[in-house]
Design a protein around this ligand. Structure first.
Ligand code: SF4
Length: 197
């Protein structure tokens, strides 16, 4: 099953360890600033939906996360969009969690926005610092990932990052363990099942 509750689960931080870098980045910012801007909310909310959160669970999660916002403002400015992602408002379209292609190409962040794919959006120095922060210490590994992003191979860079951070990296075999990551929820599922093995 891939149906988790981030809200009632005392191990929520453990689940976050399985998030791809794009979602890690949003989740860290949300935990620190108790807020995310519009497209970051959509990207993360649809990811939560992909994990299996019901709309009630998603609303409770956001309510708790936006702890500095009062109830009236939350209901007025945020609850509608969360429900909208679940197809309960407006056109009632049941939106799918965004795949990597959409995140990389269709909804690029403007300055001051933090959504999107870090492998595309971060400067080389920021990405390098982020990789170190996430536990990638080997210079060769960092260089390998930076080279891939420079060549615009963002999803392959993400796949490499997955393999390296899980000790699956084999320099003689490219992406032997999993195919190229196509979707953040696929990344999460691959990470969870890798831990179980
Ligand atoms: Fe997220 Fe996909 Fe970018 Fe990986 S390649 S960080 S899963 S958008």
């Amino acid at each position: 099953t891939n149906n988790y509750s981030l809200i009632d689960n005392p191990n929520a931080d453990n689940l976050a360890e399985h998030f791809p870098l794009c979602m890690q980045h949003l989740y860290q910012n949300l935990c620190e600033k108790h807020h995310l801007k519009h497209f970051a909310r959509i990207q993360f909310n649809l990811f939560l939906k992909g994990i299996g959160l019901t709309v009630e669970e998603a609303l409770a999660f956001w309510r708790k996360s936006f702890s500095e916002i009062d109830e009236a403002k939350f209901l007025k400015d945020y609850a509608y969009n969360i429900r909208h992602n679940y197809g309960l408002e407006g056109k009632r379209q049941d939106y799918k969690p965004l795949n990597c292609m959409s995140i990389i190409s269709s909804y690029r962040p403007n300055s001051g926005e933090i959504h999107g794919c870090p492998f595309r959006e971060f400067s080389q120095s920021n990405l390098s610092a982020k990789l170190v922060q996430m536990g990638v210490r080997d210079e060769e590994h960092i260089k390998e990932i930076l080279n891939l992003t420079e060549g615009e191979h963002y999803q392959i860079a993400c796949t490499k990052y997955f393999e390296i951070t899980r000790g699956l990296s084999d320099k003689n075999n490219d992406n032997v363990i999993i195919g190229t990551i196509e979707h953040p929820n696929e990344y999460l599922n691959a990470s969870v099942s890798n831990e179980k093995n």
